[in-house]
Design a protein around this ligand. Sequence first.
Ligand code: FE2
Length: 231
Amino acid sequence: MKKENLSKIKKLEGPPRIVKIFSEKEIKMVTDLYFSLPETLFNKKQNVRKKVWLQNYNKELDKIYVEKLKNELGNFRMDSLKDSKGQDYFGLFHESFSPLQLHVDSGFNKKEIIYKQVVTPLSPIGETVIFKNRWYGRSTSFTIDEEELKFKPKPDQNDRSSKHLGQKPFDKAVHEKYLTHIDIKNLQGLEVELIYNWKIGETLIMDRSHIHCSSSNIKDKKIGLTTFTKK
Ligand SMILES: [Fe+2]
């Protein structure tokens, strides 16, 4: 599957940006919200705990969050799931205890004009590695494991693919420093665009077509908030 509106999607693309849009107090409010929300999923395999941002837990914060994103992104729509009343989730909180593998969050619908994803660190240590390489199919986990590649995803699950691979061997020094949780052969053909070093008070904004992963440097755990948007 390829996106139908490729040229529109590409027109909206740009380099990843790091912005400071939330005050210390607001970050604290977001963190408090995280701890008050019910747990949605604990994925033992990925070793990650996920919660969705449900509206109306903290209405003041709901409003602040959307307004601040609008200031940065202009008009956008949320592209996370919706709750039983049809209300958008405002984002996905992820608490990970081991580093995330190589993937892209390009979405599950080929008609949508995917836009930016907004990552706000809620814990101080770690990195997100963003590659120059892009992907315009469904959300995908990239792997060279033959067994894994046989996986047949449900409509809301990531594809598996090795079609991201290219010719050029991946940089050994970068692999050693940041990506030891990924087989270097699975990185062949990829080039780093940005290694974002998490800082509380900052927010990373990047195109949804970027292939990315976390670095192997996790101290205990990482907590972050990601909001996926579309036009
Ligand atoms: Fe991601």
